[in-house]
Design a protein around this ligand. Structure first.
Ligand code: DAH
Length: 330
């Protein structure tokens, strides 16, 4: 009897205790054997011994239950300890992300125009020649196609060289009046100090019935826009040429590096070119099936705006992902 109690009490693990339980309480265990011996006991002693055996069994069971609870608690404590997470451990705070200066500039441009109720339209990056060139009054033989060094696919599809094709898509899908901008990536085979093969543009377009949209409207909105973006700068419209606008102009702001005095960045002219614009060419309206319509359009490079706003000298540094540069734009 003491033996059995010791065996239970000495068990170190739940597995060990289970083996002890089987050896005592199991079908072929010690208790079963003891009860079996009852058949050799005389009839008048039987009740007494049976009673003692049952008391013993209950006692053993109680000790067993206690031991089991004790070992289970031990096991729990052990696993709590081994799986514990030290919440007091120092963890460096993950740094917050921030918008890339190009995207931040893009957002500011979009905000200016959406505040004036311009809709934001998008188009595919992989374009066809019709939308990227032909409908924009750049037919096959037109020398102006050489102005754009294009990435072509084998099936004559191409990576759009400007966001102007979105003008065409929007006019073909909607009726005038239209007031839209189209921000997005564009691609050209170009790589040097001031050119990267991928960059971003924002195209603008306003069309309405003939006589409703004038060059004066265009001039007003671009002047207001450029003052919003660059602050107190001088602005000039310079006659220029684009196949998709007539008349066309390029717009300059007084150099923000030298305030118009003349420096290396403005090639000593005192002026920086920032966008192209004009009145939509009648051939473009013809291509999209518009009649008796007038409109203006403009296009600008977002990287150029970002570089001028933040005075970043090398365009390529915007694409290197160098955290030391990006950290400055939190
Ligand atoms: N698409 C021209 C470019 O990529 C930019 C441009 C100039 C767009 C004049 C216009 C515009 O809509 O009127 O260089």
């Amino acid at each position: 009897m003491k033996q059995w109690i010791d065996k239970i009490k000495e068990a170190l693990t739940l597995d060990e205790l289970e083996r002890v339980r089987v050896s005592i309480f199991g079908k072929k265990g010690e208790l079963a054997k003891a009860f079996a011996k009852m058949k050799d006991v005389s009839a008048d002693e039987k009740p007494k011994i049976a009673k003692e055996l049952n008391i013993l069994k209950q006692k053993l069971q109680k000790i067993y239950e206690e031991k089991k609870a004790e070992l289970e608690e031990l096991k729990l404590q052990k696993s709590l300890k081994s799986e514990a997470i030290d919440v007091s451990l120092y963890s460096p705070r993950a740094t917050d992300g921030a918008l890339h200066p190009v995207m931040h500039t893009m957002d500011r441009i979009i905000e200016y125009f959406t505040d004036l109720n311009f809709a934001v339209e998008t188009g595919p990056l992989v374009e066809d020649e019709f939308h990227n060139f032909e409908a924009l009054n750049l037919p096959d033989y037109h020398p102006a196609r050489d102005m754009q060094d294009t990435f072509y696919f084998e099936d004559k599809k191409l990576l759009r060289t400007h966001t102007s094709p979105v003008q065409i898509r929007t006019m073909m899908n909607q009726k005038p009046p239209i007031r839209m901008i189209s921000p997005g990536a564009v691609f050209r085979r170009d790589f040097d100090l001031t050119h990267t093969p991928q960059f971003h543009q924002v195209e603008g377009l306003m069309v309405d019935k003939k006589g409703k949209v004038s060059f004066a409207n265009l001039k007003w909105i671009l002047e207001d826009f450029l003052h919003t973006m660059f602050g107190d700068v001088d602005i000039r419209f310079r006659p220029s040429f684009f196949p998709f606008t007539e008349p066309s102009a390029e717009v300059d702001i007084s150099c923000i590096f030298c305030s118009g005095e003349g420096c290396r960045i403005c090639s000593h002219t005192g002026w920086l070119e920032v966008l192209g614009c004009g009145m939509v060419d009648p051939n473009v309206f013809k291509a999209v099936g518009y009649e008796d319509i007038s409109g203006y359009a403009f296009g600008l490079g977002v990287e150029r705006f970002a570089m001028l706003i933040h005075k970043i000298p090398d365009l390529r540094s915007l694409f290197e992902g160098d955290l030391r540069l990006l950290e400055q734009f939190r």
